[in-house]
Design a protein around this ligand. Structure first.
Ligand code: DGI
Length: 425
């Protein structure tokens, strides 16, 4: 059925792509904008350098103040991303009446991309040929292996359209597309124009000639993004994963109440650790045993899936050495005892549990005695001495044990929802 719209306040249309990498989102979108420059504008997630949650929606609203149709070109391969778009408009749109704002899904994938070798081959080939003219996937510089990793990340996370539930039920209309054929983007342009002509009454979309289509398609294939984003991320290597403990002040105050000479010397010598953390696993542990290697792999897989989503959301976090894991994982810890010898001081902690968003989740810890290093007395002593000391404390070598002092913390001191991070070299 056709929608009827008033002339004075015509509808505004948000076209939302749903795809994986190489399906031809950009080519199709740019092609349509080439055909109808006064009516349709294309905005691309990849062109927003430091995206922030709202930037793409704000950019879309800006376009809609000038033109009736905006195409939001992004994979939107997870339901949470589609939800973000709807929520974003709900929150940020103050000019277009809600009833006049229509969401149209451009659904590039008719079946789940996992296991679809035909799709894999065609999209891989395209990304390979695209070479360096993409903002974050630089095949020539980084090699095809890296590009494939990023592509596979999107495929494995893909959540298909389901219009019977939130958030996809908010789409007013779905245009079914396909990405399997050699010239799928050309066909998709045609499908979208026909669908819009059938569905929309307040847009004057003239039917382009075959030559118009071909020209717009050829030009779109040559489209070069406007800027290049650095992704040195994948070149940095994770060194360790840890629980961030931002309660340094609280801990320092607590320790000062015991008036321990060694602690006072750490402060005087400016030997207290910059940032307090509880290490979960260190890259050096990978070779120790299978369990530790598995532990390392668990965290490094979480981080890898972060990196590949950075490639879509374009957050430059991995430029830093210290990088929070995608905000959704957290840990609770309990402080147990202060332990020190002549070289190092730490607080032994108990990891009470991990969470993924609000839900408890099982995550491993590769460290035998979890602890938070306060500091070492000299820079020639590495913080790993904490672990060595704790091993002795619980070992059977009485001579070593006699060098160690401890104070059990009687009060229950628990820190909750501490973020996890990775430290890179
Ligand atoms: O990652 P996407 O935005 O979904 O994909 P893209 O539009 O950037 O397309 C990836 C590459 O493939 C790009 O270099 C253009 C090319 N391409 C897109 N659609 C077609 C195409 N090449 C051919 N031969 N036919 C198409 O339909």
């Amino acid at each position: 059925k056709k929608l009827k719209f008033g002339k004075s306040k015509p509808n505004r249309y948000v076209l939302v792509t749903l795809a994986t990498i190489g399906c031809g989102k950009t080519t199709t979108s740019v092609g349509l904008a080439n055909l109808f420059p006064e009516l349709i504008e294309h905005i691309q997630n990849d062109n927003i350098q430091s995206p922030g949650k709202d930037k793409l929606v704000l950019a879309a609203l800006e376009v809609l103040s000038r033109k009736p149709v905006v195409i939001m070109d992004k994979n939107n391969h997870k339901t949470v991303e589609r939800k973000q778009i709807f929520d974003g408009f709900q929150r940020l749109n103050s000019t277009i009446p809600k009833s006049k704002l229509k969401f149209i899904c451009l659904n590039f994938l008719q079946k789940p991309p996992k296991g679809d070798t035909e799709l894999w081959n065609i999209t891989k080939e395209r990304v390979y040929n695209r070479g360096d003219s993409h903002q974050s996937i630089k095949v020539e510089k980084d090699g095809i292996g890296n590009a494939e990793k990023i592509m596979r990340g999107f495929i494995s996370r893909f959540q298909p359209l389901n219009t019977s539930v939130e958030p996809d039920c908010n789409f007013d209309y779905i245009v079914e597309l396909d990405a399997h054929q050699e010239n799928s983007s050309l066909e998709n342009m045609k499908k979208i124009v026909t669908a819009l002509q059938n569905y929309i009454e307040d847009l004057d979309l003239k039917t382009p000639s075959e030559t118009d289509y071909l020209k717009a398609f050829e030009k779109a294939k040559l489209y070069k993004p406007t800027f290049s984003k650095k992704i040195s991320a994948t070149k940095r290597k994770p060194v360790y994963f840890a629980i961030d403990v931002p309660q340094k002040e609280i801990i320092m105050n607590l320790l000062s109440t015991f008036n321990i000479d060694f602690f006072n010397r750490l402060i005087k010598g400016r030997r207290v650790q910059q940032d307090f953390h509880v290490t979960l696993v260190h890259s050096a542990m990978r070779k120790q045993n299978d369990m530790k290697r598995e532990c390392w792999d668990t965290y490094s897989n979480i981080f890898k899936s972060d990196i590949s989503s950075f490639a879509d959301t374009k957050i430059n976090i991995p430029q830093n050495k210290r990088c929070l894991l995608s905000g959704e994982y957290s840990a609770d810890i309990k402080l147990e005892k202060v332990v020190w010898d002549s070289k190092v001081m730490c607080i032994q902690v108990k990891i009470v549990g991990f969470h993924l968003r609000e839900k408890p989740v099982g995550l491993p810890c590769g460290i035998d005695f979890s602890h938070l290093t306060i500091g070492t007395i000299d820079k020639s002593f590495p913080p790993v001495l904490s672990g060595v000391m704790l091993k002795h404390l619980y070992g059977s070598d009485e001579k070593e044990k006699s060098k160690i002092q401890e104070i059990k913390l009687s009060e229950e001191i628990v820190f909750t929802r501490l973020p996890l991070y990775v430290f890179m070299n």
